[in-house]
Write a protein that binds this ligand. Structure first.
Ligand SMILES: Nc1ncnc2c1ncn2[C@@H]1O[C@H](COP(=O)(O)OP(=O)(O)OP(=O)(O)O)[C@@H](O)[C@H]1O
Ligand SMILES: [Mg+2]
Length: 593
């Protein structure tokens, strides 16, 4: 097939000569134009194989600009034919990545050779580009996620599966450090861990990715497995790596839960992913280790019993996130918070038309929690009707939506919690015995703080560190007299009350140690113990313990502490400035304007 050449030249005589020469050399001249605009129009129309272009042409666009546009838009290569070879012109011509540059006057044979080389080079480029495109297409169809990474551990490219799994687009990811794009956590501890890329590079062999969660961009955790393969660089040295991965194994293995001990609360705090729990006393250690064994077991129902504030919520989440169901959802429902009808529809979902106002179908939490854990808080408050329905779910492992006929299978673990003695409720007839039996196959009792006072100080220190971080405060510790007071108190509100006391003390404290003056107990009851070491209250001890009054006191104290600056007071109180203003208006601390 004859190659077709477009001539872009504003000198008519030269153009005509050229056309003759080209024809003589066996090419077809697809057109002769004199300006950039015409050239674009002509290329669009006749799609030549090459353009022979003068640099100075008619119109606003010069040859270099025209060539660049056409190269980007239509991939038509250009050979310049010009009388100008000054530095400037040459520089500008380079930007259009020309296939040749001939300075007039030229020899016919020189022109011929240049055109032939340009055409063959372009054909070669095009076919290698097509090959690349083909490889990219093949990669695109793979279900395996593929990410190529250079030696500086920066992403070069990834395929569609990797885009879907990581939540990053190829464009966003390219040029970004791989540890931002491909974040992984250990499956048993939930802690983020490094990818063994350096290891793959060093060992020059495949390294497995096992027991890992991929932390996708939207926050999803996906169990993945795969490997990292080293690439050889063009110089024979290491050239980066390719990460290949897929979701699965579909059924996550029962993890070997080995909690990480952290240096908080004197090294008595244990970390499970984002959850931390203090267990310094033998009693709490036993509770925790039992909970972890339950987590790993096949038990589908667990009952958490303990007074308010003893850590039932916390333990329920630790059980979930240390179990083989951790990749599934953790869904919590407080049984006392909703009226019966609403609770029922939350739990079981409903079909469209189940009520007059139910236009759409709604999934129940039993479905939402599929593959994960359903946490039923204050289970003792379930109404008799819902108790009966729920018992049926536990027995049959399936349920129907309200107004539905189809049986939906449930695959979940139920953790129920109660802060009152459920057996009392059974005695009084408020709670069904059969449901109680069903739920209480495995019971975990969270003990009240007064039964494990060894945890008071470690917990207090742990909360100090937590609020130091949250409020950007710098409390170094707890003074000896304060420790005494904390240890002597009977803590009716348990760990939650201790948390609140520490939080409030940190807001009130002016020095870098928590001193007795900043400690205020919510409970008016006398402290435990015969020695009565609590000093008389000096510091604005609230006689009116109403929520409103306590709030007012806290706000006033925060404002005093920061010289009336509302923004800083809001930060101290952990609320937005708007919320603070709103509360101040309500409490009449600020005029309504
Ligand atoms: N051992 C612990 N280590 C660290 N923090 C704890 C511990 N126990 C409780 N807490 C903290 O105390 C607070 C109250 O705990 P949680 O909400 O789990 O109690 P609860 O038993 O569910 O209370 P309620 O019965 O009122 O719902 C939470 O902020 C929790 O993080
Ligand atoms: Mg709770």
């Amino acid at each position: 097939m004859t190659d077709r050449i477009l001539i872009v030249e504003d000198e008519q005589i030269t153009a005509e000569d050229l056309a003759e020469v080209l024809k003589g050399l066996g090419y077809e001249v697809s057109g002769v134009v004199t300006s950039g605009v015409e050239a674009i129009r002509e290329v669009e129309k006749s799609q030549p194989d090459l353009m022979l272009m003068d640099i100075r042409i008619k119109g606003d666009m010069d040859g270099a600009e025209t060539a660049r546009t056409l190269r980007d838009r239509f991939d038509v290569p250009v050979v310049y034919l010009t009388a100008h070879a000054d530095r400037d012109t040459l520089e500008r011509a380079k930007h259009s990545r020309p296939m040749g540059y001939i300075v007039k006057p030229f020899h016919e044979s020189e022109l011929h050779a240049s055109l032939e080389i340009a055409l063959s080079k372009h054909r070669h480029d095009r076919s290698s580009w097509k090959r690349q495109q083909h490889v990219a297409d093949v990669f695109g169809t793979l279900l395996l996620g593929v990410i190529s990474v250079d030696q500086t551990e920066t992403v070069r490219m990834m395929n569609r599966a990797a885009e879907n799994l990581t939540g990053w687009s190829n464009e966003e990811a390219a040029g970004t450090p791989v540890k931002q794009v491909f974040r992984v956590a250990d499956k048993t501890t939930g802690n983020e861990v490094e990818l063994p890329i350096a290891e793959a590079l060093q060992r020059r062999s495949l390294v497995d990715i096992r027991d890992r969660f991929l932390m996708a961009k939207g926050g999803d955790l996906k169990a993945i497995s795969g490997n990292i393969a080293p690439l050889r660089g063009s110089d024979g040295g290491p050239g980066g790596v390719v990460i290949m991965f897929e979701t699965g194994p579909a059924e996550p293995q029962v993890p070997d839960v080995s909690p990480k001990v952290i240096q908080q609360g004197n090294g008595h705090a244990f970390e499970f992913g984002r959850f931390r729990i203090v267990a310094a006393s033998e009693l709490m250690k036993q509770v925790l280790s039992f909970a972890l064994r339950v987590a790993k077991s096949e038990a589908t129902t667990v009952l958490l019993e303990g007074e308010s504030g003893t850590g039932k919520d916390l333990l329920a989440q630790i059980v979930h996130y240390s179990s083989s169901r951790r990749a599934g959802p953790f869904v919590a429902l407080n049984c006392s918070a909703l009226p019966e009808a609403l609770l029922e529809s939350e739990l079981f979902g409903r079909e469209a038309g189940a009520y007059t106002d139910a236009r759409t179908q709604k999934k129940g939490l039993l479905e939402v929690a599929r593959g994960g854990t359903l946490f039923l808080d204050e289970v003792g408050d379930l109404s008799p009707a819902v108790q009966a329905k729920f018992l049926r779910v536990l027995e049959q492992q399936s349920f129907r939506r309200l107004g539905g006929v189809q049986e939906i299978e449930v695959d979940l673990r139920v953790i129920a919690a109660t802060n009152r003695d459920l057996s009392d409720a059974v005695q009084s007839g408020a709670f069904r015995l059969d449901l109680f039996h069903r739920l209480s196959v495995i019971q975990i009792a969270t003990p009240p703080l007064r039964e494990h006072p060894e945890d008071i100080l470690p917990l207090a220190k742990y909360f100090v560190q937590e609020y130091n971080r949250r409020y950007k405060a710098h409390i170094k510790g707890i003074s000896a007299p304060t420790v005494k007071i904390l240890n002597a108190y009977h803590w009716p509100g348990n760990a939650r009350e201790l948390r609140n006391v520490i939080e409030r003390a940190m807001l009130l404290e002016d020095t870098d140690m928590l001193r007795p003056n900043s400690i205020q107990f919510a409970s008016a009851r006398a402290p435990r113990g015969p020695s009565h070491p609590v000093p008389p209250r000096v510091h604005t001890a609230p006689t009116d313990l109403s929520l409103k009054n306590s709030e007012r006191t806290l706000i006033v104290q925060a404002l005093e502490k920061v010289g009336g600056n509302k923004t800083r007071a809001a930060a101290l109180l952990g609320v937005s400035r708007d919320i603070l203003r709103h509360r101040m208006k309500k409490l009449k601390l600020l005029e309504n304007r």
